[in-house]
Write a protein that binds this ligand. Structure first.
Ligand code: SF4
Length: 408
């Protein structure tokens, strides 16, 4: 959107007081995300009462004209219309949101200079699943994949611009290619990426069902794949998983995580867990907790269940009290801290590759970067190492999420 606005003659300014427009690309995955969106808008209008606010993204898609009832919001632009943002603003049209399910093709325009050390490529949008708690399919539509040709061309652009790592993102990347007239799989895409000159690639979150042994074998044979898995587990209790409409079992997760740990030495294994799903009893939660303790994960992102309008779970009886959700979140967060600390300690003395970022760490003024297996490291070295890929040795744990490393 920034590129679109700039090429249409607009200019990016740092200070809200100097801006004519404020674009909020909203998330709506939880009720907290919605309320944060509105608080950003309030803050911006307070700082600059003349600014025009534009809400796009998932909240715009789901709430549409309802948002225009709020005096603080001037434009509402849907997910599929984002690419036309500059024209819509110029036309003065206040509401432009199409039916997301009417779109069968992925809309993609190539981007340049994504402002970061790692460049993200969106490989697909939408999701064909219907987990009972989730509004994402209603905000993003059905699975639509970016073409192999587009993705490879975009990688080439990033490589020529000097990017050494790409991150493949999307809403449900495991469904990439299923919508093509001759269907392809995520593994087919990665096999093609292996042939490009990009140095390394990372995957966004994966549904555990989409990681079979064959795929893990392929990943473990790659020199470009960053051994960093983000598994969207959501629960580790069979009853809750069934109610969530997530079609895998505790046993399958144990087999999967064990297999990844056999095939990879010290892969980072992150995961998402929702606590307090409707009907999750104390016993159910204990099962999830017990299984998480036993599983060899590196970190867990925990989300208290958020009730979303229009979902099946919203209609379920036995909604969990917020106090209980908070308590369960704290329990899982504490386990996660221990697991991450464990993981970092296991990495002391190991060697890894780091892409050193262009900016130094604000707090320590040290150089910073991320290892292939997703550890944030701080390095005491001079500016000539910025924006380079270097081999390092991890020497100590610096704090709860970072390690110190030295260049070899
Ligand atoms: S697979 Fe992910 S995006 Fe799709 S419905 Fe389930 S939680 Fe939502």
């Amino acid at each position: 959107m920034a590129e679109k606005m700039i090429s249409a003659g607009y200019e990016e300014v740092r200070d809200i007081k100097d801006a004519d427009f404020y674009i909020l690309n909203s998330c709506s995955v939880t009720a907290i995300a919605d309320s944060k969106n509105l608080s950003y808008i309030r803050r911006v209008k307070r700082e600059n009462p003349n600014i025009k606010t534009i809400v796009t993204g998932c909240m715009a898609q789901l709430e549409r004209e309802n948002l225009l009832k709020n005096d603080l919001i001037d434009y509402v632009i849907g997910n599929n219309e984002k690419n036309d943002i500059a024209e819509i603003i110029k036309s003065g049209q206040k509401l432009k949101v199409s039916d997301i399910f009417s779109h069968n093709n992925f809309r993609y325009e190539k981007i340049h200079e994504p402002f970061r050390t790692r460049a993200s490529i969106k490989i697909q949008d939408g999701c064909n699943n219907r987990c009972s708690y989730c509004t994402i399919p209603f905000a993003r539509g059905k699975n639509r994949s970016n073409s192999l040709k587009n993705i490879l061309e975009q990688i080439q652009i990033f490589v020529e611009e000097g990017y050494q790592e790409i991150v493949l993102t999307g809403i449900h990347i495991g469904q990439w290619g299923e919508d093509f007239s001759s269907p392809l799989s995520l593994q087919n895409l990665l096999e093609e990426i292996e042939k490009t000159s990009v140095k390394r690639y990372r995957l966004g979150s994966l549904n555990p069902l989409e990681l079979n042994k064959n795929f893990i074998d392929f990943l473990s044979s790659s020199n470009k794949f960053c051994p960093h898995f983000h598994l969207s587990l959501q629960s580790l209790c069979n009853k809750t998983l069934r109610n969530m409409k997530r079609f895998y079992s505790e046993e399958q997760i144990f087999n999967l995580v064990d297999y990844i740990n056999i095939k990879f030495d010290k892969a980072f294994l992150g995961s998402d867990i929702i606590v307090g799903f409707p009907g999750e009893t104390e016993e159910d939660f204990e099962i999830t907790k017990h299984n998480i303790e036993k599983l060899n994960l590196s970190r867990i992102h925990v989300f208290p269940y958020s009730r979303r309008k229009g979902t099946e779970a919203d209609l379920l009886p036995y909604q969990t009290e917020s106090e209980v959700k908070k308590m369960r979140s704290t329990v899982i967060q504490d386990i996660s801290k221990k697991k991450l600390n464990n993981f970092l300690n296991q990495n002391i003395g190991t060697e890894n590759e780091v892409i050193i970022e262009k900016r130094r760490d604000k707090k320590t003024n040290l150089l910073k970067g991320v290892t292939k297996n997703y550890i944030n490291v701080l390095i005491d070295a001079d500016d000539s190492f910025k924006d380079t890929l270097k081999k390092v040795r991890l020497i100590s744990v610096y704090d709860e999420a970072q390690m110190k490393a030295e260049i070899i």
